[in-house]
Write a protein that binds this ligand. Structure first.
Ligand code: E4P
Length: 215
């Protein structure tokens, strides 16, 4: 499974890139606002750091304007994926952008039928927000499984980016469900390699090594 970082924080991106496991980045307006920097500067820097897809989100609510915004975002770098919210005007824009060969990530997705429409419009990626569904009493990962089944039933090539991930169990379940990608915060990504028994095991080996006589 590909692992994306869900952030606009370039320090976090640099750090995870150094681990050798960074496959891509997803940003959103909230992440960009937290940087306190002009969006164009942040986007250029992120694209220069990441060797993989970088999702940049549109803000317009009308199809023609989303397309214009998407075309502009796509000029930042060849790896840019235009992130478009799942709404009627968004779907129209996704259809137009995909026919121009511009990659799209359809975001803020909460139902399998929304995901089917996005795939029919040629979306490159679909982003179901599992954590936000969990927060209102649904099983977010059920949505991922349903989308996976629908896409497999009809041979849609749209890839699933499991999003709004809150903890490592979400990542595990996404992998078990066969989602192609999971995007997560720096905190969740860090938790994937940490294990208290690993720390205890390393400490034990280092202590025992001190008892080995010098040659
Ligand atoms: C994914 O692409 C989104 O940026 C992200 O996961 C949004 O979810 P959250 O704000 O609920 O974390």
């Amino acid at each position: 499974m590909k692992l994306f970082l869900d952030t606009a924080d370039v320090a976090q991106i640099r750090e995870v890139r150094s681990w050798g496991i960074l496959d891509g980045v997803t940003t959103n307006p909230t992440h960009v606002s937290k940087t306190g920097r002009p969006a164009a500067d942040v986007y250029r820097e992120i694209c220069s750091l990441v060797d993989g897809p970088v999702s940049l989100e549109t803000l317009s609510l009308n199809a023609d304007e989303i397309v214009a915004e998407g075309r502009k975002l796509a000029t930042f770098h060849k790896n840019v994926v235009v992130k478009v919210p799942l709404m009627k005007e968004g779907l129209k824009a996704v259809k137009a952008l995909s026919s121009e060969g511009i990659k799209t990530n359809v975001t803020v997705t909460f139902s399998p039928l929304q995901a089917m429409l996005a795939a029919k419009c040629g979306a490159t990626y679909i982003s179901p927000f599992v954590g936000r569904l969990d927060a209102v009493g649904h099983v977010g990962m059920d949505l991922v499984r349903q989308i996976k089944t629908i896409y497999s039933n009809y041979g849609f090539e749209t890839e699933i980016i499991v999003a709004a991930v809150r903890h490592p169990i979400h990542v595990l379940e996404a992998a078990l469900a066969g989602a192609e990608i999971c995007t997560m915060s720096f905190d969740v990504l860090q938790q994937l390699y940490q294990h208290p028994l690993t720390d205890i095991g390393i400490e034990m080996f280092l202590n025992d090594w001190k008892k080995v006589p010098a040659s």
